[in-house]
Write a protein that binds this ligand. Structure first.
Ligand code: URA
Length: 441
């Protein structure tokens, strides 16, 4: 078989056979197929798409390119969660402790920040001493002892995805539905959980900017999960506005803790409770309404907060900062961003908000960049709120004053102010299961 012919076939819009898809993934991981040929194939897939069957085979080939984790040493049903990526998305730090406080084990592998989006592993590393690389034995023993563990992806989990993702990032082929579905679901299948709850973000801060594309992506991922014998559900959630008020690594841990204390922002609390209810439902804990009540109770009685502290301690982190988040080291410098005119905030380009946070040091500008855990943004006003000219709309935090100018410019570009109070978009648009799409608005 020649890669040239497989590329030409996809370029012509034909359906690839199973052996062709497996040949290209195996050859690419081994180094027999060079980046320039795989780049051409990715662009052909981007432009011509893939059938559901091709996407399922691609997912399976990528999942089997490395280790398939066996979680059988952890007793009970294990539920995974995955967000397609957003700004201010600290939901894993809230949802995993809630689900585990309800008696369902969470053994989760998370990622680092990608582009303008933040990553759970980077946020966890903002906790002093916290280890996110554990051996398999340590991982299992933390889950068995505390009920949950969140770590970085092990080195050999879906290595084909690592190579493909890096290539997509530089060949303008990231936002392709079959490629995103295969990338996410290959890692979920390799991670070995019984059930998968997908948080598919939609809007200006998400990879999928429109609701219809987000629903299509969710349907494809749910079909792949169900086909592989995993109970899978997706919620389509709003990423047209940053989630919560804090963006940046230690800032987001602080907001996650406040949410577990019952003092979190309404939007973040609502999305977290819905995600947690979905995970508990998949694990067989009752109806969605019953699961929602179970989740709420773990915030009221602080059992979820205790779970987070227990996981942090078991992974070498300092639980004191979870009990008292004011102990987090703060950025040495802060700057107020003021409204340029009076009116209502009508829109926040959420991708630009994420870029502004990265410019302050909270994300990586290049692959080699070191993250500044203290850097980030505290939003003082969000969409729908009234502002007066000169009023503070956000506080920027950084370790160097000269980072403020570019970040402030980016944030001001992101915030639109107009005369009319805008309608607030819904937080959760739809639920997607094997049975179909249930629109919630
Ligand atoms: N997250 C992933 O893991 N892969 C994608 O392609 C997009 C978001």
């Amino acid at each position: 078989m020649r890669m040239y012919d497989v590329i030409a076939k996809k370029r012509n819009g034909e359906i690839l056979r199973e052996e062709e898809i497996r040949f290209m993934i195996e050859g690419y991981v081994k180094g027999d197929i060079p980046d320039y040929q795989m780049s051409a194939m990715l662009m052909a897939i981007y432009l011509k798409g893939m059938s559901d069957e091709e996407t399922a085979i691609l997912t399976d080939a990528v999942a089997h390119s490395g280790d398939m984790v066996d979680l059988s040493q952890i007793e009970g049903i294990k539920v995974d969660k995955h967000s397609t990526g957003g700004v201010g998305d600290k939901t894993t730090l809230v949802v995993a402790p809630i689900v585990s406080a309800c008696g369902v084990k969470v053994a989760k592998m998370s990622g680092r920040g990608l582009g303008h989006t933040g990553g759970t592993v980077d946020k966890m590393e903002a906790i002093p001493g916290m280890r996110t690389t554990l051996t398999e034995e340590e991982f299992f023993s933390v889950v068995n002892a505390t009920g949950l563990s969140v770590i970085g992806q092990s080195g050999n989990l879906a290595p084909a995805d690592k190579k493909l993702y890096a290539l997509r990032d530089v060949t303008a082929t990231v936002d392709s539905i079959p490629l995103i579905a295969a990338s996410i679901m290959s890692k979920k299948l390799a991670a070995g959980n019984d059930c998968i709850l997908l948080d598919v973000k939609t809007g200006s801060g998400a990879f999928m900017k429109t609701l219809e594309d987000s629903i299509t992506l969710a349907e494809k991922m749910v079909a792949i999960g169900e086909h592989s014998g995993k109970k899978t559900m997706a919620l389509i959630t709003n990423m047209d506005i940053p989630l919560g008020s804090l963006i940046g690594n230690s800032l987001e841990v602080i907001e996650a803790v406040e949410t577990l204390q019952g003092k979190g922002p309404e939007d973040l609390t609502e999305v977290c409770l819905s995600l947690a209810a979905g995970m508990l439902f998949l694990a067989g804990k009752g109806s969605l309404e019953e699961c929602r009540k179970l989740a709420e109770k773990t915030i009221e009685d602080r059992s979820a907060l205790m779970k987070l502290a227990a996981m942090v301690e078991a992974q070498g982190g300092d639980p004191a900062v979870i009990k008292d988040p004011s102990l987090f080291v703060r950025a040495p410098f802060e700057k107020e961003v003021k409204a340029l005119k009076s009116g209502y905030i009508t829109h926040m380009n959420t991708e630009q908000c994420g870029i502004a946070s990265s410019l302050l040091g909270a994300g990586r500008i290049t692959k080699e960049s070191q993250i500044d855990y203290t850097a980030g943004i505290a939003l003082k006003k969000k969409v729908g709120q009234k502002v007066e000219e000169g009023e503070t709309i956000a506080l920027l935090y950084a370790s160097k004053r000269d980072l403020f100018a570019d970040a402030e410019e980016e944030l001001l570009k992101a915030v639109a102010i107009g005369g009319q109070k805008p309608d607030q978009g819904p937080l959760i648009y739809a639920r997607v299961t094997g049975a179909g799409v249930e629109r919630l608005v």
